[in-house]
Design a protein around this ligand. Structure first.
Ligand code: 1GP
Length: 243
């Protein structure tokens, strides 16, 4: 661990890129090693780790493997309170405020709070907003919540604003993994004026999209699926990061 202060510095470089690693899809350690090597070469700023399934032991095993072999900061993006590891650099302490399921608003947080304190994990209080991405996302299914329609920018805005008033330092706008349509750039622009660290993800497949989000004020753009299916995309990211 370095003296980097996640609460105040996370995402503050701006124009950051995070790659999402799902431990459930990363059981082949040669493949995982390949991905993290390419992420290092592409100057990826953060690795996010999380998924909707898996045991605590499997999760900790993957975290240990990544931390042993890679220096990119590793941030937990938890799919459940089981997804914790003292080896990670920080955790996005999420509240799914686009939904009304009490488990994802506060109960899962209570379940994990003592473990997080014992592990001395850096905590990044984060508003998590699920935006309709034109498909039935796993998050919507697992959380039993309804995403905010992507055209309802006023609802997205006031939800994110309420999250910031609750003290959340980051706002994650997620169209869900494998979304057909990603979060509208105009919504990102609006939310970035609130002043929290804006994270955007879900269905992002091109450098143009990444650039648009960064220009609209997103601090961190998250790519998951597209790197699993097109590992060469990391080379395009490398060129983008150079510029
Ligand atoms: C999902 O934002 C992430 O929670 C990443 O989505 O897998 O579609 O890139 P993708």
């Amino acid at each position: 661990m370095t003296s980097y202060n996640y609460l105040s510095l996370f995402g503050k470089n701006n124009k950051d890129i995070a790659v999402l690693i799902d431990p459930d899809k990363s059981k082949d350690l040669n493949d995982l090693m390949n991905v993290i090597r390419h992420c290092e070469s592409a100057m990826i700023d953060y690795l996010f780790i999380g998924g909707s399934t898996g045991t605590r032991e499997e999760f900790q095993y993957t975290v240990n493997f990544i931390k042993t072999n890679c220096t990119i900061p590793l941030i937990i993006f938890p799919g459940s309170p089981k997804q914790l590891s003292p080896q990670a650099d920080a955790i996005l302490f999420l509240s799914l405020i686009s939904g009304r399921n009490p488990y994802y608003l506060i109960e899962s947080q209570i379940e994990s709070a003592e473990d997080i304190a014992e592990m001395k994990l850096n905590v990044i209080p984060t508003s998590y907003l699920l935006i309709d991405g034109g498909t039935n996302s796993s998050v919507a299914y697992v959380s039993q919540t309804t995403p905010i329609p992507s055209t309802r920018h006023a609802i997205i805005y006031k939800t994110a604003l309420a999250g910031s008033f609750l003290g959340h330092k980051a706002t994650y706008l997620d169209a869900g993994s494998g979304a057909k349509t990603s979060v509208p750039v105009a919504a990102v622009r609006m939310i970035s004026e609130i002043g929290t660290t804006v994270i955007v993800g879900g269905g992002i497949k091109s450098i143009d999209q990444i650039k648009d989000y960064h220009e609209a004020g997103a601090s961190i753009v998250v790519i998951g699926n597209h790197i699993e299916t097109h590992p060469d995309f990391l080379m395009e990211i490398k060129e983008y990061k150079k510029v």
